[in-house]
Design a protein around this ligand. Structure first.
Ligand code: GLU
Length: 447
């Protein structure tokens, strides 16, 4: 028979509950989107709960509006949360927990002057000078035991990770202003919210031994813990950085990436299915998600791959849908009628909605052609093309009648009319643009 205590443990863990716990210090970045996605899928695959928890106890680092923006961004990706919490509204829980830890001899009050107020740390020594002073007020710090091995099994890396407690410092748990540090708040909340699996970025690994102690001293069922791999920049091979790389999710959306493409791309940054399938909607991903798919190696952020996904998802849209999506990327005065003719011509070619300008801008505004782009016979080509357009003769006939190389002829014609070498098919483009406008553009060049 199970003893009562064990019984409680099993019951508590019978439901998968994960959380995404961003600090509201700015916009969501790619790494955060990936963490949220995996945590969501881990829960939803087992019909569990996904929690959004705002970790705003470091008041100095907060950015106005960040919480709202994080929520909006997650919604755009369909990552709907079942429960929502804000740590600054739960302060009494943390101070009670801190008191309990002091009371039970696992923490102590410290009266050192803040050495680094930003981090809320009070001394740089591994063992704090106040630990045995018996103060009755001040900041609360963890009384790290000597000679213990602290370990856990990481479910992403599928291995045991351990530290000697002799390398773990007496971390601050509660600052003298009554706000908890991340270390205390995270453990209190993960226990209180019955989180079954902690999934977070690799940066948090060094904090884990501190959490292991806090979990142990607070008692209850510790969640499983997994640290995700780092996403590397393809250019530098280093961890993606907010300073060097474009990492903000909203920026990608503004540049014309579709949420479903970005999400599909992110799915495979550190996770892979057994069959190497690549295309997944969110619900398909949830269905196929399996913890064994977490990859060991740090993934690289390959923008060509993202472009490939985006092109794919753009082509899945109806012309009607694209018309709406392209709204922010088309000229202000573009008529819907013309756009409806242009969209089928570019749909297979653009990789981002923002490519509209380079592929189709010429339909709405004359582009000056760089003369250097033309071939040596461009004048002859253009004269004959103009004649044909004026007479209403098929352009395909021109190279045959004049012994021109087909490719060269059409390239010069394309450059004259569009200003670019890469455009939709030129015959169709001339029809949409209007023969008179096309002729006018050629005349200007010949002048
Ligand atoms: N607040 C931490 C962050 O901003 C959460 C880390 C964790 O998930 O434990 O990422």
């Amino acid at each position: 028979m199970l003893n009562a205590k064990l019984d409680v443990k099993i019951e508590a863990m019978s439901k998968v509950r994960t959380r995404f716990a961003p600090s509201p210090t700015g916009f969501l970045h790619i790494g955060g989107l990936r963490t949220a996605l995996y945590a969501y899928a881990l829960a939803k695959h087992d019909k569990g709960d996904f929690i959004l928890r705002i970790e705003d106890t470091d008041q100095k680092r907060q950015v106005e509006g960040a919480t709202e923006s994080l929520k909006e961004t997650l919604k755009k990706f369909g990552l709907a949360w079942d429960e929502f919490y804000t740590q600054s509204e739960r302060l009494s829980l943390y101070s009670e927990a801190a008191k309990k830890l002091v009371g039970e001899g696992h923490a102590f009050y410290c009266q050192c002057k803040p050495r680094n107020a930003k981090e809320g740390e009070f001394s740089n020594k591994l063992r704090d000078p106040c630990r045995d002073k018996g103060y009755t007020m001040g900041a609360v710090r963890l009384k790290v035991p000597e000679g213990e091995t602290l370990s856990y099994f990481d479910f992403v890396h599928r291995k045991e990770i351990s530290w000697s407690s002799d390398t773990v410092y007496d971390a601050t748990l509660l600052k003298s202003d009554g706000f908890p540090t991340y270390h205390l708040a995270v453990a209190v909340d993960d226990l209180d919210m019955k989180v079954s699996h902690i999934l977070r970025g690799h940066d948090w690994l060094p904090s884990t031994p501190i959490h292991l102690l806090v979990f142990k001293y607070l008692g209850g069922v510790r969640p499983e813990i997994g640290h995700l791999t780092d996403i590397l920049s393809a250019e530098t091979g280093k961890k993606l950085s907010k300073r060097r790389d474009s990492v903000f999710v909203e920026q990608f959306l503004e540049n014309g990436y579709l949420p479903e493409a970005l999400l599909n791309f992110v799915m495979l940054l550190g996770w892979a299915p057994k069959d190497n399938r690549e295309l997944f909607t969110l619900s398909e991903f949830v269905e196929h998600f399996d913890m064994n798919g977490f990859q060991e190696a740090n993934p690289r952020f390959l923008i060509d791959k993202l472009d490939w996904f985006n092109g794919y998802y753009i082509r899945q849209k109806t012309d009607e849908e694209l018309l709406k999506l392209l709204g922010p990327f088309v000229p202000k005065d573009a008529s819907e009628e013309k756009l409806k003719k242009v969209i089928p011509l570019i749909k297979d070619r653009i990789k981002k909605l923002s490519d509209f300008e380079s592929f189709a801008g010429f339909f709405f505004e004359e582009r000056s052609a760089d003369k250097k782009l033309f071939g040596k016979d461009y004048k002859k080509h253009l004269e004959k093309a103009l004649e044909a357009i004026e007479k209403g003769v098929l352009l395909d006939q021109v190279p045959k009648d004049n012994n021109f190389k087909v490719g060269d002829f059409f390239m010069d014609l394309r450059i004259a009319i569009t200003g670019s070498k890469f455009t939709p098919p030129i015959n169709e483009s001339i029809e949409v643009l209007g023969r008179e406008e096309a002729a006018e553009r050629i005349r200007k060049i010949l002048d």
